[in-house]
Design a protein around this ligand. Structure first.
Ligand code: ADP
Ligand code: MG
Length: 243
């Protein structure tokens, strides 16, 4: 079966270094996949390649069979609307208010949506992630955790069915993290495809159907949930994550 996102021999070189080396993998639709591995092994880069945000130096990334690099504007918009990204560093725009930032994806993907409907959607999504302060401020006034909540709200505002999440619970307190985990679980149960990076072994065991261990930019090991239930393999993974 073809995956919703397919990586075929994908590499990325930056400043004369090969950060990702010949990764081939199909992300199955409706499944949750965790990318694990030590810091600097290339997880964020691989996630961005999978989300079409970086152009590979070699190989191909496909979304529903279409090479992302050669998509036309309409195909690209459809991909952007279906897939949403939460970046490791939140990546909010310093010169925009939180409201403007949440509104932009709606303006792009739902040009016919009324202002009142946009406001309603933004209110709904901020309540869902548990952000309670005003939206007229800029991101520099927020804590790292609050920035993550807004980054999450921005990703959810167009109701995606494909999520790319990079270390998405790491800067949050337990309660906030739990809230986001329940949102993602609900989406997973409704059939969404989730691809996430995390160092939290409990989160992986709880949520992921597949585990990809990345070492030195290469896909080192691919495991299913059932395989990870094996004690020895799990210890191996834990050592890899904490290496
Ligand atoms: N554009 C780039 N230019 C140079 N080096 C990069 C670039 N992007 C990533 N790297 C390097 O590649 C390695 C992998 O980065 P990253 O994907 O962020 O790792 P991880 O998310 O697993 O911690 C790091 O050593 C990082 O510094
Ligand atoms: Mg990273």
């Amino acid at each position: 079966m073809a995956g919703i996102i397919e990586l075929e021999n994908v590499s990325l070189s930056a400043q004369n270094r090969r950060v990702v080396k010949g990764v081939t993998h199909q992300f199955e639709e409706g499944k949750t996949t965790a990318l694990v591995g030590p810091s600097g092994c290339g997880k964020s880069t691989l996630l961005k390649l999978s989300a079409g945000l970086l152009v590979p130096s070699g190989g191909e990334v496909r979304f529903r069979g279409k090479n992302i690099s050669t998509m036309n504007r309409k195909e690209n918009l459809a991909f952007r609307r279906e897939g949403a990204v939460v970046f490791q560093d939140s990546a909010l725009w310093a010169n925009q208010s939180l409201f403007q930032m949440l509104e932009l994806p709606l303006r792009i993907h739902f040009p016919g949506m009324s202002k009142a409907e946009r406001e309603r959607r933004i209110e709904e999504v901020t309540a869902e992630v548990g952000y309670r302060k005003e939206l007229s401020i800029r991101p520099s006034l927020l804590s790292m955790g609050e920035q993550k909540l807004i980054a999450f709200a921005r990703a959810l505002v167009c109701r995606p069915s494909l999520l790319f999440l990079d270390e998405w619970t790491e800067s949050l307190d337990d309660r906030a993290a739990q809230r986001l985990v329940s949102i993602v679980k609900r989406m997973k149960n409704a059939g969404a495809t989730i691809i996430f990076v995390s160092h939290n072994i409990h989160l992986m065991l709880d949520m992921a159907d597949y585990y990809l261990m990345i070492l030195g930019g290469q896909l080192f090991l691919r495991l299913t949930k059932e395989q990870l239930e094996d004690e020895d393999l799990r210890r191996y993974i834990e050592r890899g994550i904490n290496a």
